[in-house]
Design a binder for this molecule. Sequence first.
Ligand code: GLY
Length: 451
Amino acid sequence: MNIIVIGNGGREHTICWKLAQSSVVDKVIVVPGNGGTANESKCVNIDPKKCDYIVDNGEPDFIQIARHENCRMAVVGPEDPLAEGYADEFWKADIPCIGPKKDAAQLEASKDLAKTFMKKYNVACPASETFTSREAACEYIKKHGAPIVIKADGLAAGKGVVVAATEQEALDAVVDIMDSGRVGDAGKKLVIEDYLEGVEISVLAAVSVTPEYAVQGSATIVPFLPARDHKRLMDGAKGPNTGGMGAVCPLDDVTDKTMELFNKNILEPTLEGLIKEKYDYRGFIFFGVMLTKNGPKLLEYNVRLGDPETQAVLPLMDFDFASMCCAITNGTLKDFNFAWKKGYQVAPVVVSGGYPGSYEKGLPISFNQQILEQSTAKIFIAGAVAGQRKDRDGQTDLLTSGGRVLACSAYGETFKEAWEKAYQGISSVKFDKAFYRKDIGLPGAAESGKL
Ligand code: GLY
């Protein structure tokens, strides 16, 4: 079977690598892909802008590519194409798709819609109010006080949330999000949420919900092992927020009791809501959860796998990822046999110097192959493109093209072993002004309030 994957990040490189391991997969077509997928076995990058068979017949280019390449399944990685309705187009073209249809994708694309859904179905979450007027939002903040959380309603590439420690910071955030134009239309509406103290975790899950599966009793959500992303730039959870400086999976501080409460108070009501809203949601969901002294509370849904969590979670899967995708799309996920490698995965991220501010692009990346092989770590490329030079094995060289350049993901039977291998692997990576955190997964590395 040929599969088309939409996206060009580290998450998509990891998805392609995992799909390519399946005996049922012949070819993975990546649109547009990156320098990592260009070098991955069975994977072929296709840039629609350079594709000579695409015609202007009203059909989206990604559907024309999928048909031309005889793809029998699609995986849409990022949130933007899902919010634009890529999944609807794939299903319309009779190509089963991993990723919710447009209406369900609004659970990530509109924070207001997500909060309305959570409240309607009694999903445990912080109290919140939605505002379309700056004056009303500021009045609410003055009455409520700080700390408090200000969120732009729409998609803002991770730049739409401000955790304000003081009332003044919160008032400034309202003006910044609504009036500065920094997040565009995403900031026309605001959700203002109570600040919760605790430690954050990410629970990624497979979802297979349609009205038909609900009638058959086969609608389900199956959570993966819990993971944690480290969002701050510097060691000790200091410095500015980023798209993620590294991830670990699983988590020793998440007990069975915590997962029971998560299932009862977050996952099950979410499943009930997806069914009652009659969504067609076949794909992945990401629960951003705060562990508080009053139990797990849901901060956000994302309608996709997390990045860089995927780079730590997928390598621990001891089952065929492509077969799981088929089970999601054909209503048999409830019977799918999930099995996980015992042990840990640690995946620190290497970023361009200057990130999350401005940074240089086009810098050549080199690897000390001997150290990398010794470490047994796997490099997942995020912000790098293939250069022109090919080595004897036909692998192309890599040039940086983004802020988060790559993750170095390693397995160990113990956390210590995984951590040491990941950092041995990362020491093999060289490019000018490369930067990474040295404490991913260590005590004190996670952003936390008091529990
Ligand atoms: N790591 C957080 C996210 O993917 O949104």
